[in-house]
Write a protein that binds this ligand. Structure first.
Ligand code: XIL
Length: 311
């Protein structure tokens, strides 16, 4: 195919991007989205601080706008996310621990219920692990211990039984202490009948550092009976980006796509942000950028052609 989505679909996969509601009026960016991508992840608009800024008071407006855009362009939606230590509203961060379980269950029920039937998959749990494989001692963990994971997944399943329910994390793309811990957790959740449907591998890579065991690592999770997906792909380069770095980035993108295609349960790849101008990388990793397939003016970079030919 001549577009990312056509080529992905020919392989039974999707190719997605993150998009922000504030960018819906940005012509060059949205034109690329409509032409190339068939899955959309709201960048921030379904996060707790946006959706439930005060207890029990919900604002689905920004998320609804993105769902509407996705529907108008024939894109599936990855819901992102329901439970995460970051981007929580202040009231939630300060909640007495004996109220955290009911707040979490109410939030999941309201949000997954609102979007019932409209999202293909939910990142129910986002980034639960530390690098050493221990669980992040966030409010959810402090209130409920590791049981919060099963409870969140069961609550989401009750609210939207048709959505694939994911745990999503970063630095789990290769085999390491963190992905080993997630693997053990996933196996034990499945053994208990918890409705875990997939694992999201964020894949925020540094150019030249895509793990060589990415495919093998995806495969071991798939072998548990789970879907796997590359959910937030970008590949950052120290600025200014050299021609050589852009060529290496092209090779990196192709390697990620090939790893996904080699694993039958790998359902798709999503890039985090459409173009370099709207990528989160420069704001979060000073000195780095140029992390996507499109430059600041939405012109395709070498990574675009490499991705297309790997599909
Ligand atoms: C990032 C957004 O891109 C930023 O706009 C926001 O300020 C912070 O969050 N892992 C995730 C995403 O799961 O939600 C994060 O998105 C990037 C890292």
């Amino acid at each position: 195919g001549s577009t990312l989505k056509a080529a992905a679909e020919a392989n039974g996969r999707y190719f997605g991007t993150a998009l922000s509601d504030g960018d819906l009026g940005v012509g060059g960016e949205t034109a690329v989205v409509g032409a190339q991508f068939d899955a959309l992840t709201p960048t921030n608009e379904m996060k707790w601080e946006t959706v439930e800024p005060a207890p029990g008071s919900y604002d689905f407006g920004p998320g609804d706008q993105l769902v509407q855009f996705a529907r108008a362009h024939g894109m599936r939606v990855r819901g992102h996310n329901l439970v995460w230590q970051n981007q929580l509203p202040g009231w939630m961060s300060n909640l007495p621990l004996n109220q955290v379980r009911s707040a979490m269950e109410a939030h999941i029920t309201a949000e997954a219920g609102h979007y019932k039937g409209q999202v293909y998959a939910w990142d129910v749990i986002n980034e639960p692990f530390n690098g050493d494989g221990s669980l992040v001692p966030d409010a959810f963990y402090r209130a409920m211990g590791p049981d919060y994971l099963a409870d969140a997944l069961r609550t989401a399943h009750a609210a939207d039984p048709g959505a694939k329910l994911y745990i999503n994390d970063y630095n789990i793309e290769g085999v390491n202490a963190k992905s080993d811990a997630l693997y053990s957790l996933a196996r034990s959740l499945l053994a208990q009948g918890v409705p875990l449907g997939g694992i999201g591998f964020e894949s925020h890579f540094v150019v030249g550092q895509v793990p060589t065991d990415l495919r093998a690592n995806l495969q071991r999770f798939a072998d548990l009976g789970l879907d796997v997906a590359v959910t937030e792909l970008d590949d950052r380069i120290q600025l200014p980006a050299s021609g050589g770095a852009l060529q290496q980035q092209a090779a990196d993108y192709a390697a990620v796509v090939r790893a996904c295609l080699a694993v039958s349960r790998c359902v798709g790849v999503s890039q985090w942000g459409v173009d370099d101008a709207h990528s989160w990388i420069p704001g979060t990793f000073p000195g780095y950028g140029a992390a996507t397939m499109y430059d600041d003016n939405d012109r395709p970079k070498p990574a675009f052609a490499a991705t297309l030919s790997a599909l």
